[in-house]
Design a binder for this molecule. Structure first.
Ligand code: HEM
Length: 310
């Protein structure tokens, strides 16, 4: 990659803050543009500072920009080929909803402290021109498990393949090194999930729970998550999901986050999960998981952030 990318393909860390921001209807375009310039510079500053202060801790701040924001901010045209507003995907039983998102921040740290400090610095810059409409505090659950108890991320691309599948290549030369970022906040029905016998839970995911071994094609149910989400070895994405919990309100969920060289791959996975293959054979994980949000962003390279920061 010729341009320097944001930390899109870094491995998950122990703590994360995810934030979705939407520009205020009453804010003038000039004030929005000015805050945006400042936040672009801030993102670079936060990453550089963390690299000096905590060199081995894999701290990062990644910013994505939604389609509406791209237009409001009058950023370069033509815009990234596949950047649009996400269109909802409605299956017979479950729906991948679409919710607004102008800016997305993905803050990773080994300690929560650094995530908190970075989030605060972003709040200071954006608070007058935008509202933070979603803030999720994700954490590493045991040995990288989703809150459903299964290891999450095993089939992610590894090594050089992360860049290949996670970043735009030469086919969209103006945006090479950037990434499509798709996020969804899922809330789980933990009571229903916990009532399922362990063997049935394994049938939902398509893997063993303790050992995290994939079922063979002969025994893996056709409506399992790993059967439907796998849309081909040449079509992968880099997932960085994190669990989040509130034991009192019982809002327990998974923040799904994917970086991809092309959004159409994510779209294909979502269609397989929500509509099903064949139609009606939808992903059984959705009987225990409701998508509350869904937004598409583009993550520019650090070089582009430099340009945007004026
Ligand atoms: C309810 C939220 C979700 C949870 C809890 C979840 C959890 C998991 C788990 C435990 C695995 C198996 C281990 C692994 O390879 O990572 C997995 C695999 C996978 N998931 Fe998800 N996932 C969720 C949503 C999604 C969505 C929305 C997509 C795509 C749009 C997706 C795409 C994938 C893919 C591509 C795999 C690998 C399949 C394979 O090649 O075997 N997941 N997920």
């Amino acid at each position: 990659m010729s341009a320097t990318s944001q930390a899109t393909t870094d491995a998950p860390n122990n703590n994360t803050i995810f934030m979705v921001w939407n520009f205020k209807a009453g804010a003038s375009t000039d004030t929005i543009k000015s805050a945006f310039q400042t936040v672009c510079a801030l993102v670079k500053n936060l990453n550089n500072s963390a690299a000096v202060r905590f060199p081995d801790k894999r701290v990062s701040c990644v910013m994505g920009i939604g389609y509406e924001a791209w237009k409001t901010l009058n950023l370069q045209t033509p815009h990234p080929k596949e950047l649009t507003n996400f269109t909802p995907i409605k299956g017979a039983k479950h729906e991948a909803v679409s919710t607004p998102g102008d800016l997305h921040f993905h803050l990773r740290g080994d300690h929560f402290s650094i995530c908190y400090d970075m989030a605060n610095a972003i709040h200071d810059v954006l608070k007058d021109v935008a509202n933070c409409t979603e803030e999720i505090h994700g954490f590493r659950y045991w040995d990288g498990r989703s809150i459903l108890g299964f290891v999450d991320g095993t089939e992610n691309p590894q090594g050089d393949k992360r860049d290949f599948f996670g970043k735009v290549g030469k086919d969209d030369a103006d945006y090479e090194g950037g990434s499509y970022l798709f996020v969804q906040k899922y809330v789980h029905n933990m009571d229903a999930w916990n009532e399922l016998p362990p063997k049935e839970q394994e049938n939902v995911i398509g893997r063993s729970r303790e050992q995290d071994i994939e079922m063979s094609d002969e025994v893996k149910p056709k409506n399992s998550h790993s059967a439907l989400a796998n849309v081909g070895d040449d079509k992968k994405i880099v997932r960085d999901n994190m669990p989040f919990v509130n034991t009192t309100t019982k809002e327990v969920g998974t923040y799904f986050i994917a970086y991809a060289s092309t959004f159409s791959t994510v779209q294909k996975m979502l269609e397989a999960m929500f509509i099903g293959i064949p139609t009606g054979n939808y992903d059984r994980i959705l009987d225990f998981s409701t998508a509350r949000t869904g937004s598409l962003f583009f993550v520019p390279t650090l070089d582009m952030l430099d340009d945007f920061s004026g």
